[in-house]
Design a protein around this ligand. Sequence first.
Ligand code: HEM
Length: 424
Amino acid sequence: MTTPDPTLPPEDPDTSAAPLPGWPEQPDAVLLHAEDFSRSQEDLYRRLRRDHGPVVPVLLDGQIPVWMVLGYRELVRVTTDPNVFARDSRRWHSWHLVPPDWELMTFVGYRPTMLFTEGAEHERRAEAIIDSMEIVDAFELRALCERVADGLIDTFAGRGHADLIADYACQIPLRVLNRMYGMNEAESAELQQVTVDLVSGKGGPEAHQNMVDRMVALMEHARATPDRKNISTVLVNHPAGLTDEEIINDLLGNVYAAHQPTTDLIGNALRLMLTDERFAVTMSGGRRSVGQAINEVLWEATPVPNWVGRWAAEDTMLAGRHIRKGDCLMLGLAAANADPDVRPDFRSGAAGNQAHMAFSHGTHGCPPVARELAEAIAMAAIEVLIDRLPDVSLTAAPEDLEWRSKLMMRGVSAIPVQFTPTSR
Ligand code: HEM
């Protein structure tokens, strides 16, 4: 099952550990700590693949047993076979091992959103969400993204310096999505701030309730103004006949799904463009390779490197491993992107290859309309920034840009820059 890789250093101590008590029936289970994901993830994946093959039993912090699917081919199998690899996390047999404050609870703990539905129920909910997001055409969307980006740059352009994460990237995705929901500019900016506070842990328990209240208000407003065309009016009038609870949960689900990954897509692409000399010409005025930088990030520094995941609905075999009913599988999206069988070489001109796993795959993969939205937002954000601040440059050394060390969401914490102050 293991293929030696002569270019790698000797075995990592964790990967050769004696059988671990957390998963006795998997003697080669690997103990993985959150910090392992803040170092070079590529080395970690290569080492795991070398020593354990494409599907690895791992114990996450707290001895939580999870299969990590590293192989591209294996990931395609898992994401395209929803009857065997199902989405409802209540199927997990190991919930008793999970502490209530587990860092992944927000994503993995069952909630009645579309994300955790299966089969016909998932089809019904997904169709409504997809139809609602298709309401905005590409030209309107581009104009909206440009307005949002321009408005934010106005707030710091005169200063001559900014943090492109706090002042810019993390402010954009929800200001766009909220307008698509039917909010006015002031409501949109407020909700954006509530979400940023909530995600960064500042909001407290009332922040979530505040978000729910805003979704309720949105739904009621959509019912009162059925002739308006926005995401909320499509959802309340959709033939899928969504209940109030379903509408509120799916509106909220989109807010959570969109905010951090799209922020990190913008941030990770800006980091690449500001630190890699291949993009120097683009940064000083050309726009040509913004799409290329975004695509490269989706392969090599993807905002969602791992996703938990899937739960086996029956016993099955995967890459020679016996997966038991109720086992949890973590989708190693970044690891699959780095699979030597598929990985393109961008330094020798593989710019157009979009077969990455950044958005996952299959029926539960990020919906195509949401992927297009994320990429359109990122593209406009970077292009408008380059147009408005053509001499923007980093004020920190590239190696001092810090990665947030999250297992499931990965982005740089801050991008301090300077530029010639301008006024509109
Ligand atoms: C760069 C930005 C984004 C990335 C990397 C990303 C990635 C992902 C991933 C990995 C999943 C899980 C797929 C699975 O379980 O197989 C997902 C699901 C989802 N995403 Fe995204 N996403 C992004 C942006 C967005 C945006 C902007 C929206 C909506 C406004 C969105 C809406 C959703 C929804 C609704 C799902 C659940 C799909 C389902 O279970 O059927 N995502 N996304």
